[in-house]
Design a protein around this ligand. Structure first.
Ligand SMILES: Nc1ncnc2c1ncn2[C@@H]1O[C@H](COP(=O)(O)OP(=O)(O)O)[C@@H](O)[C@H]1O
Ligand SMILES: [Mg+2]
Length: 357
């Protein structure tokens, strides 16, 4: 069943077109990430779903029912913000059950739901603490608790982990994901962090400047990015883009920075077309296999995190990064060959930046 349907949605702020013809269908129980650079419209879209912003045109349906004219409290959604937005003078328990007290729910129901949410989140021992006596991670849990007690159809998260340090962020990612599975709710999760989106979501919506560039499963976006923007946004370190020109007979890619090097592709392309070859760092290997393409490069820098080694190399003035899970014995200023399987070469039109399949 579809839980959320966003249908030709547009949002204008005065003369500024913030959301442009947004179409998304979200299954009941799905975990969807909205990802994109700062300012692309992620929060606007989430706030529109919550009813905190009015739509300019288009429809929004939750559980089959249009909600565009419904106030936030009638939409059965709960939102968790980056800022936590806790009431500083209320303890954990009262922060969590504030919305139920506001609605004058029966005392027993309030107590029961608060207890269950606190147990779910491991906050049982902190119920009488004020927010100022909590760590960042605990505050974020309380903010989630406040959403959970409402037992909503849909959870909306707006960069909830941005204020936490790196280790806690990784931990909370899996906590939120587990919580999502336990509650069997539908979640829409905004982040500018593509790794967060890749690790948490079933379905990712990549946005730029108010437009959906592509949506699909994490691996669909990784394997078949529809344009240069998505290709460069998904994956870490980011994909390398090398300008190339198709040879006159159409079967090879000539490196624009070093025309003495060309790569046979095993298929015909439009002769003389100007393209970008997209090479993921993790697909560039130091040892070749049968059929691999070979690119001669000069090593500029070698950085190791212990488990991973990142080699920055150049072809003329074009830099490429290769990522290696071992410790390749390459030194600075040495000439080496990087190998890549033709299947792993992504091609984009240099003008339109659209993928060429
Ligand atoms: N209330 C508003 N009035 C005018 N412009 C706004 C308003 N809220 C957001 N915007 C603009 O809409 C765009 C998208 O903002 P936002 O949704 O907050 O981006 P994101 O969450 O992806 O960083 C930005 O250019 C922002 O300046
Ligand atoms: Mg935002």
């Amino acid at each position: 069943m579809l839980q959320i349907e966003i249908d030709h949605l547009n949002k204008h702020y005065g003369g500024f077109h913030a959301l442009k013809d947004i179409n998304i269908a979200i299954e009941q129980g799905a975990f969807v990430a909205l990802v994109g650079p700062s300012g692309c419209g992620k929060s606007t879209l989430l706030r529109t779903l919550a009813g905190l912003e009015k739509t300019s045109s288009g429809d929004l349906r939750i559980a089959g029912e249009s909600v565009v004219n419904k106030p936030p409290r009638e939409r059965d959604v709960a939102m968790v913000f980056q800022s936590y937005a806790l009431y500083p003078h209320m303890d954990v328990e009262h922060n969590m059950n504030y919305s139920m007290r506001l609605k004058r729910r029966p005392k027993q129901e309030i107590a029961d739901r608060t207890r269950v949410a606190a147990e779910t989140l491991g906050l049982g021992a902190l119920l009488d603490r004020l927010p100022k006596a909590l760590s960042g991670g605990q505050r974020q849990r309380v903010a989630m608790g406040r959403a959970i007690v409402r037992n909503p159809k849909v959870f909306l998260f707006d960069e909830p982990l941005s204020n936490l340090d790196a280790a806690l962020r990784v931990h909370m990612r899996s906590e939120i994901r587990k919580l999502h599975e336990r509650l069997k709710a539908t979640s829409v999760y905004v982040t500018h962090d593509q790794v967060e989106a890749m690790t948490m979501a079933d379905h990712i919506v990549v946005m730029r400047a108010g437009v959906i560039e592509q949506q699909g499963s994490p691996l669909e976006l990784y394997d078949r990015p529809t344009n240069k923007f998505v290709a460069g946004f998904i994956g870490s370190p980011a994909m390398n883009f090398v300008p190339v020109t198709v040879s006159p007979e159409g079967g090879r890619l000539v490196l624009e920075k070093d025309p003495s090097q060309s790569l046979p592709l095993g298929r015909k392309l439009v002769p003389d077309a100007r393209l970008l070859a997209g090479l993921r760092p993790e697909h560039l290997a130091f040892l070749g296999g049968p059929g691999d393409l070979a690119i001669k490069v000069i090593v500029e820098a070698v950085e190791s995190t212990g488990s991973m080694t990142f080699v920055t190399a150049s072809v003329a003035s074009q830099q490429v990064v290769a990522a290696h899970s071992g410790r390749p014995g390459v030194g600075r200023d040495s000439e080496i060959i990087l190998y890549i399987s033709p299947n792993n070469v992504h091609l984009f039109d240099a003008e339109t930046e659209r993928a060429i399949r």
